[in-house]
Design a protein. Sequence first.
Length: 311
Amino acid sequence: LAAVRIPGYSINTERSYLGWINRFLRFHCKLSPLSCSEPEVASFLEHLAVRRKVSVATQSQALNALVFFFARVLEQPLGEIGPFKRPKRPKRLPTVLSPAEVQELFSHASGQSGMMIRLMYGTGMRLMECVRLRVLDVDFNYSTITVHAGKGGKDRQVPLPAVLSDALREQIQWVRKIHDFDLSAGFGTVFLPGALARKYPSAEKELRWQYLFPSTKLAQDPRSGVMRRHHIHDSAIQKAVRKAASKSGLTKRITSHTLCHSFASHLLQSGADSRTVQELLGHADVATTMIYTHTAGLGGQSTRSPLDTIE
């Protein structure tokens, strides 16, 4: 556990890595970890692809966890693993909602979760980027929101939707009241990334560092054991999206990431260039962004069916 804490991974990455390491050790339960090497890693990864039918991303995550385990824990870095069965990477188009469908979804989402759903669509932020926002990330003067350590671990800025400006101001005032209450009760600290807590000892109690969408309850920090108010759990927003989608009667498979896909497609439809959309989404390669030219009907998807020309 100490080794996985040193690189500064997120708590979700820590748990994911520990889970894959435990699965690997159980898979080779008859062997000592010190006697395992590249062939054992290859057989485990192939087992995941052939027997467990995992996706490419899942197998890659398992590989990253094992590379970390051998290099940082066993101090026996892996060499060439050799060939092993990999899942086929399917070519799939993302699900995109039309503007009318987005409005229908919004009509069944209210309160804080409704505002977050609108914010994800209006900015292109991913779910975890949204729930991790802090008060200081919102700049009303420049109408921007700063996403810290977003896609690829990079910072970027996204536009602050004007229609949500007043709601976000009210949200900050609500956060202020909760924070004042926590301080009066002897709490009021918040988790700070990296070494910020040591560099700025008083920052963890400042309003500007508080989460913009805080949890309704105090909880024990899994790392330090300190009672703090963390951000709202991402599962709460996922449930809100599913509930709104169910009530709206839409038959498409709708998740929180559908809002990001719709944001990109609608921007391209409105005339935005792909490079701008790439920067707003935080993609490292514009080729990743180009998939939205299909969902926006800008590629071959805009071709009329021959049936429509004769009927």
